[in-house]
Design a protein around this ligand. Structure first.
Ligand code: ATP
Length: 238
C-alpha cells in the first residue's frame, strides 16, 4: 500500500529551480533510498515533504491525505519523523533531555516516554552510558545515534533521514544502516537520502536517482546495483 505519494512536485529558491515536477512514492514497510549527486535536490525533497519549505507546485499525500503546506510540527503529529542533515541535536542539553524533547508530541504520557527512552537505550547502549552528558560534547557518530533516537521518540510510522552517514567512520555507518534494517523489521517505513549510494542501495528495497531536480531513474535497488551505466553516469563511481 502506498504510504507517501509525491506528485509533480516543484520547488524553487528565488528564480532557481531545485525540484522540477518530480514524482515518487513510498510503500508501507519499505526502505526507499534517494541518491544522486550534490545539488540534485535530495534535501529539498525531504524538506518539502516535512513542511520545512514552501512548494511551488505539486502535491504530497500521506496515507491518502494532502499534507502539502501543512506546518512541520503538524506533520510530525501525523506520524512522520525527520532526522535532518547535520544531526542538529540540542548541544547544551543532556542526551536524555534531547530524547525527552523528541517526544513532545506525546508529552503528557510520562510512562510511555520512559518506555521509549528505554527502547532507545537498548538500541544504542552508548547513549545510555552517556545519558547525562551534554549532547554537544558527543562524538559525531554518537550525535547521529542521538539524532536517530530523538526522531524515534515520537514513535513514528514513517522515518525520513537526510544523509545519516555523513561524517561517520565505517563502524558507525554500519550501525546506522543496521538500525534502518531493524526499523523496517519492526514495521516502520523508511526513506533515506544518502551520498553513499552503493551502501544505500544495498540496504533499500527501491531507490530513486535524482539529478538536477528530476528523477532520472528508479527501480528495485538490487537491479540498480547491477546497472553499471547508472553507477558510472549518475553516481560517478564504478
Ligand atoms: P547535497 O547532496 O549536496 O546535500 P542535495 O541533493 O541535497 O545536495 P539540495 O540541498 O536539495 O541538494 O539543493 C538543490 C539545489 O537548491 C542546489 O542547487 C542548491 O544550491 C539549491 N539550494 C538549496 N537550498 C537553498 C537555499 N536555501 N537558497 C538557495 N538555493 C538553495
Amino acid at each position: 500500500m502506498s504510504l507517501l505519494q509525491v506528485q509533480n512536485l516543484s520547488v524553487s529558491y528565488g528564480k532557481a529551480s531545485a525540484l522540477n515536477n518530480m514524482s515518487m512514492e513510498v510503500n508501507e514497510g519499505e526502505i526507499v533510498a534517494v541518491i544522486g549527486p550534490n545539488g540534485a535536490g535530495k534535501t529539498t525533497l525531504l524538506k518539502a515533504i516535512t513542511g520545512l519549505i514552501k512548494v511551488k507546485g505539486g502535491t504530497v499525500l500521506y496515507k491518502d491525505n494532502v499534507i502539502t503546506g501543512i506546518p512541520a510540527h503538524n506533520i510530525l503529529g501525523r506520524g512522520i519523523s525527520h532526522v535532518p542533515q547535520g544531526r542538529q541535536v540540542f548541544g547544551d542539553q543532556s542526551v536524555e533531555d534531547n530524547l525527552i524533547l523528541g517526544a513532545f508530541t506525546i508529552k503528557k504520557e510520562k510512562q510511555k516516554i520512559q518506555e521509549l527512552i528505554e527502547r532507545e537505550y537498548e538500541r544504542f547502549p552508548r547513549l545510555k552510558e552517556r545519558r547525562k552528558q551534554q549532547a554537544g560534547t558527543l562524538s559525531g557518530g554518537e550525535q547521529q545515534m542521538l539524532a536517530v533516537s530523538r526522531a524515534l521518540m515520537s514513535d513514528p510510522d514513517f522515518v525520513i533521514l537526510d544523509e545519516p552517514s555523513m561524517g561517520l567512520s565505517p563502524i558507525f555507518v554500519k550501525q546506522i544502516f543496521d538500525t534502518l534494517l531493524e526499523l523496517k523489521k519492526s514495521g516502520k517505513t523508511v526513506m533515506v537520502v544518502e551520498q553513499l549510494a552503493m551502501a544505500a542501495l544495498a540496504i533499500s528495497d527501491r531507490a530513486y536517482v535524482l539529478q538536477v531536480g528530476e528523477v532520472k531513474l528508479h527501480g528495485q535497488s538490487r537491479d540498480l546495483l547491477r546497472d553499471d551505466v547508472l553507477i558510472k553516469t549518475y553516481l560517478g563511481s564504478t
